[in-house]
Design a protein around this ligand. Structure first.
Ligand code: FAD
Length: 578
């Protein structure tokens, strides 16, 4: 049978024609139905995902949780990936195994795990269709799984913003496979460039590495590439290293635009010293085989030929979330599914909960502030903004919502308005292409001073972004811990009548912003800390490494990560393509 801990579970083949949910069909044309009528007396709690949100939830559940729920975790990956160190894996600073943790290590004794992708949700019948991942190379064995309570932590997907050629010619940077592919590609480019038969122009192209997106991920990928080339490849390929070029393409006029301005300036200087070229105020128009077409503010096109191009621009909505939204009332379309302040999905009668990149808390108070911003703008009849007033409003709002704090400083200057708009757009980066695209030219074309109308236009398109928490591991982690406490302290049944008392007693989730950090190369890092401000340099680099090491979920991985830093320092990186 399927699943060891469920004596009552039956597996029966059901013809696909009989199924009411989903379009998932196995190669053999049958579903295996894990029948809801055979459930145990405990509510069945199904968790979708094995990323930041899901793992901090599972880890936070007490060991006796089996007495309260029949817990089943479903994810197409049977491991957790520590994403902040993914750029280090792409260059061999870190080994893959050091930053992944087997899900089963955390689920054992608490429940069951099924390696499968959820393809469809029926929120009325409370049923899922799940299939073994197709890319695993085996028959995709699909089955139906009923639930009483569903916790969705399915994260987000890559966003190409509809730009031609991205999918085909760029390296995404989200999964462990992505990092492995980039590592192999860099090695391939160097070996190919080193051949005597490679002409100079081709060599230069092969040794040009383009990173699109100057946010923390893009900056860290560029920094790690620089470290690898400077510390290891320069010694191994002394004749061709002069032809290496790393370029970061960014829409704004500075990188790390959501960080303190001093950090952006520091990072730009650090990159300049390292010879990393910043292609600013530029957006990618199209990507072709080995060539990226970039448009500047004046709409002039530049072609950058590359050996590898990394796409690190933003995230979009997981297709499963989009499907769910269409089936629930009260869900609007933007980055993720809307929840209340306790992370219950709106319109699901309390049976579905969501967290992490896949969820957005509908915060009425934040909406109030957004409305006040509009009113403040309206009050100015001369058609210009009263920045002072807007700043004050944002400062007040930031007391309520710590993640808004960083927004306030964007009102320091007229030109800050543009950065503010773009930052909100970024925080709402998962909006559908149609929703987001009209923003790009608007933001690019804004001058140092904008009119009320323009400001309205910006806010009008992005006010929902105000409500969104940043899509970070920090948020997902805190939400996972919070939900674990909620589920462990009260039995959630997923039935609106029984959960009525629960609904009144659950305290809303409150996000505590600890700050942001990024690695910028040459053992240096930057920290943007609330109430402390920016920290930069080698000392910050040491703190960053220590923090990332100690933040691993298990002691085993803390040791592996620490050992990898040390190995890289002593022996350098292994650049072989095995
Ligand atoms: P994820 O961690 O993405 O997990 C989603 C899970 O759902 C995965 O296990 C996936 O396999 C599974 N899944 C997907 N679809 C389905 C489905 N249909 N059915 C079942 N399961 C499904 N944030 C920070 O705070 N600090 C950082 O330094 C940082 N660095 C980053 C570096 C990189 C390279 C990247 C890509 C992200 C980084 N982030 C960082 C962001 C952070 O990783 C995400 O915000 C975080 O992973 C979100 O957690 P989540 O649980 O919502 O989603």
């Amino acid at each position: 049978g399927l699943g060891s801990g469920r004596q009552h579970m039956v597996c029966k083949a059901v013809a696909t024609s009989e199924t009411s949910v989903g379009s998932a069909v196995t190669q053999s044309g049958v579903y295996y139905n894990m029948d809801s009528s055979t459930k145990t007396s405990r509510p069945r709690l199904v968790v979708l995902g094995s990323g930041w949100g899901a793992m901090s939830f599972i880890k936070g559940l007490p060991s006796n949780i089996r007495d309260m729920y029949e817990l089943i975790v479903v994810s197409p990956r049977n491991y957790f990936l520590y994403t902040p160190l993914l750029p280090a894996v792409a260059t061999g600073t870190m080994e893959e195994r050091s930053i992944v943790e087997p899900v089963r290590n955390f689920i054992v004794g608490k429940g069951d795990f099924y390696e499968a992708l959820c393809k469809d949700i029926d929120p009325v019948a409370k049923e899922l269709v799940c299939c073994f991942p197709e890319d695993a190379g085996l028959d995709s064995a699909c089955f139906k799984l009923s639930y009483d309570v569903l916790v969705m932590a399915v994260g987000s997907v890559n966003n190409t913003f509809g730009i031609k050629g991205v999918d085909q010619y760029c390296f995404y940077f989200k999964s462990i496979e992505d990092a492995g592919r980039l590592r192999a590609r860099v090695s391939e480019c160097f070996e190919r460039a080193a051949l005597p038969a490679t002409p100079e122009e081709e060599r230069k192209k092969l040794l040009t590495f383009v990173v699109v997106g100057g946010g923390p991920t893009g900056v860290e990928v560029a920094a790690e590439l620089y470290d690898m080339i400077e510390c290891d490849l320069a010694k191994l390929y002394p004749n061709i290293v002069k032809d290496v070029s790393i370029q970061v393409v960014e829409l704004m006029d500075h990188v790390l635009s959501t960080y303190d301005r001093a950090i952006s300036i520091y990072t730009a200087e650090q990159f300049k010293r390292a010879g990393i070229k910043l292609v600013l105020n530029s957006r990618v128009a199209a990507v072709e085989d080995g060539c990226v077409k970039v448009l500047n503010k004046a709409n002039d096109v530049t072609e950058i030929k590359f050996g590898a191009c990394v796409w690190a621009t933003g995230i979009a909505m997981n297709p499963l979330i989009r499907q769910l939204q269409e089936k629930l009332p009260g869900q609007s379309h933007f980055r993720s599914v809307l929840t209340d302040e306790c992370l219950r999905v709106k319109g699901s009668d309390g049976s579905i909960w969501a967290l992490g990149d896949a969820a957005t808390i509908d915060q009425p108070k934040a909406l109030d502030y957004a409305e006040q911003l509009f009113d403040a703008a309206d009050a100015n009849k001369d058609g210009k903004l009263n920045l002072q007033e807007l700043r004050q409003l944002l400062n007040d709002a930031s007391k309520e919502f710590s993640h808004l704090e960083e927004h306030a400083r964007y009102f320091d200057s007229q030109s800050g308005i543009r950065r503010f708009g773009s930052m909100l757009a970024n925080s709402n980066a998962g909006a559908s292409t149609q929703e987001r695209q009209p923003l790009a030219p608007l933001l690019t074309n804004l001058d140092t001073e904008i009119t009320l109308d323009q400001f309205h236009e910006v806010l009008g398109k992005i006010d929902k972004g105000l409500r969104a928490l940043p899509a970070t591991a920090q948020v997902a982690n805190q939400q996972g811990k919070y939900l674990a406490k909620v589920f462990a302290s009260t039995k959630i049944t997923g039935s609106p009548d029984q959960d009525k008392a629960v609904a009144e007693s659950v305290k809303p989730f409150r996000y505590f912003h600890k700050g942001s950090a990024a690695y910028v190369g040459s053992d240096k890092a930057v920290f943007d800390l609330p109430r402390i401000g920016p920290l930069t340099g080698t000392g910050a680099g040491f703190v960053w490494k220590s923090y990332e090491t100690l933040s691993q979920f298990s002691f085993r991985n803390q040791c592996l990560v620490a050992a990898d830093w040390l190995r890289t320092k002593i022996f350098g990186r292994d650049i072989s393509r095995v």
